[in-house]
Every structure is written in C-alpha cells, then in structure tokens.
Design a binder for this molecule. Structure first.
Ligand code: ZN
Length: 339
C-alpha cells in the first residue's frame, strides 16, 4: 500500500549544470556531457532507492527543460525564429521557438536515456513527457492555425515515442500538463482527447501530472491572484475521472487546494502531492503522514500514491534529498499505522 513516487524532475548536481536554476546550461559537452548525465542519473536512483521511493524517475537529468528536452529532436520547429509569447495565460512572457511546418519525429528522442536508467534500477520506473496542451502553450504556431490541431499532431508523435519507451521497460508514462490548471475549458474541449491520442495502445500505466508549477517567482505571484481556495481542479477532475488515463497527479501539500476535490477522482489512482516544492523547508515525516491521513478522508488508501507536488529541479540538492527522505519516512509511518 502507498506506492511512493516523484512528480519527475530532480536538481542537477552542481558539476553537471548551474544549480538552483531552470534552463541552466550544461557545464561540459560531447561525450563528457553524456557521461556526466548518466552519473547524475545513477546518483538520483540511489537517493530515491535509499529514501524508499517505489516508482523512481531519472530526475530528468538528460534534459535542460521538461518541454524543450522533447521538442529539440522534433522536425518542423524553427529554433531561430523566436516569437514572444505570454505562456500559461501571460504568466511568463518568453521568446519561444516557432512551428513552421508539419511536425515529425525523425528518430527516437529518449530511448538511450531510458535504456540506461532501466538497466540501473530494479524499481518500477516512471518516465515523464510533456503533455500536448502544455507543449502547445510553450511554442508558437505558424502552421496549424488551431491549437487543438497542433496538439493532436504532437499527441501522435508523443504516442510513437511513448510506445517505444514502454517497450524498453518503462512502467509508468506520465504526461505533464500544468496548462490544464490554466485553460480549463480547453481541457474539456480537446485537452483530454489529445491525451487519449498520446496514450493510444500503451501497454504500461498512464498518468497525467497537473500542478501549480515550480516554486519560481512568476508562479508565486500567480498563486497570489488565485484567492483563498484554489479550485481549478474542480472544473477538470470530473472529465478526467471519465478519461482513460489511469493515474492523476495533483498538488496538496502547503497549497490552497481543498483536499476534498480529490474525491472527484473516484475511479482513478491518485498521486497525492505530500511534498511542497515551493519552499526550501523540508517537511517532517509526520507532516507527510498528516497529509496522507487527510487524503484518506477523500480517497481509499489503496488508490493513494504518495508523491511530490511537482518537480524539484530548481531546489537546492540537499533540500530535494531531504524531501525525498521525508516522503519515504512519512509513508513508513502510515504503513505501520495501518498494518
Ligand atoms: Zn508540476
């Protein structure tokens, strides 16, 4: 009971990239860089296993950013042609690359890193891919015309990629859709359809991660505008409960999300965020246990998968290590309590 997992990203060690930064550039290149990324994966596998994490991730050590790590290998995108775009409904204005023609995936994107990760742990393995809606909110479109159409095109190539990764031994493929908490109407109109296209025929478990983002300044400012209760999930959970996605990852710890909203996911496995990624304060195992106890008021224990609220990429490494240890220890408290 309480199979423990992580949302996805973990900090890059200081010898691999500048710490505590999103979009940090690599410290080396070529073969040295590939070797260093592998070393970082080995480090995080060990940390997760020691902490008692049941379903581990490679910490996204191979990619600079959770969306662009996939897009960099996709044809049809002009990386020189930058378009200024207010992404996540104008929460951040950034220069994004532009889709200028039909997109295609000329070769596998993540196979090598997945083969390496799979060979180095016997734990269940999760792999994260950006979701179609979030991709479309992170890249400009000069070809498809409608966001829903571009999302379907990305969903098709994500599906090809996901099938290959599942064949390499990935147990859980998770699509990251922070945009689902911003464009709630689009989720119901085409977002879930795009996810269904992305998971078509997958033999492994499928998940979607929906959060309020990394603990960076732009997100903290946005959260200030959301009022005393964050009820975005309420608009999309009923539709997600009817979807074919098996696991839903949501944020709880230290956030203003009413825990009762997870009761809307009565047919799903629920990844309960019991670790706040927007603070460097490491929660105690007892605090983790308290979050899980409260989740049990709304979700049967056998459907609860304790998790982090979001990725931990921008956190100091020691903080992320401490939070993983507390997650594992908090789950242990609960297992003892319930046995
Ligand atoms: Zn997240």
């Amino acid at each position: 009971m309480f199979k423990t997992t992580v949302a996805g990203s973990l900090p890059k060690p200081a010898w691999l990239a500048e710490p505590e930064k999103l979009w940090a550039s690599w410290r080396m290149e070529g073969e040295d860089l590939v070797r260093a990324k592998k070393d970082a994966v080995l480090t995080w596998l060990k940390v997760q296993e020691t902490a008692g994490i049941d379903i581990v991730s490679n910490g996204e050590q191979f990619r600079v950013h959770f969306v662009h790590g996939f897009l960099e290998q996709i044809d049809g995108i002009d990386w020189e042609k930058k378009t200024k775009m207010g992404i996540r409904d104008d929460r951040y204005v950034v220069d994004v690359p532009t889709v200028t023609g039909p997109i295609s995936r000329p070769r596998p994107v993540h196979s090598d890193e997945v083969s390496f990760t799979r060979a180095n742990t016997t734990q269940e393995l999760k792999f994260t891919l950006p979701g179609p809606m979030t991709i479309c909110d992170t890249i400009a479109d000069e070809h498809y015309g409608r966001r829903a159409d571009m999302a379907m095109a990305f969903a098709a190539i994500l599906n090809d990629e996901a099938k290959e990764l599942a064949a390499l031994g990935v147990d859980v493929i998770q699509f990251d859709e922070p945009a689902f908490n911003v464009f709630m109407e689009d989720v119901k109109e085409w977002g879930i359809d795009a996810l269904h296209r992305a998971i078509e025929g997958l033999p492994c478990k499928t998940a979607v991660h929906i959060c309020y983002g990394y603990g960076i300044e732009e997100n903290l400012r946005w959260k200030e505008t959301l009022g005393s209760e964050w009820r975005q999930y309420e608009e999309i959970f009923p539709a997600l409960n009817q979807s074919r996605i098996q696991q839903i990852s949501l944020e709880c710890a230290g956030s203003k999300v009413p825990m009762s909203l997870m009761a809307l996911l009565k047919d799903k496995e629920v990844m309960v965020g019991a670790i706040d990624v927007a603070t460097n304060v490491v929660e105690t195992p007892e605090q983790v246990a308290a979050t899980l106890r409260e989740a049990m008021n709304h979700v049967d224990a056998e459907r609860i998968f304790p998790c982090t609220n979001c990725g931990m990429a921008p956190l100091p490494r020691a903080v992320a290590e401490g939070k993983l240890a507390s997650l594992g220890a908090g789950v242990e408290i609960m297992r003892k309590e319930l046995s």
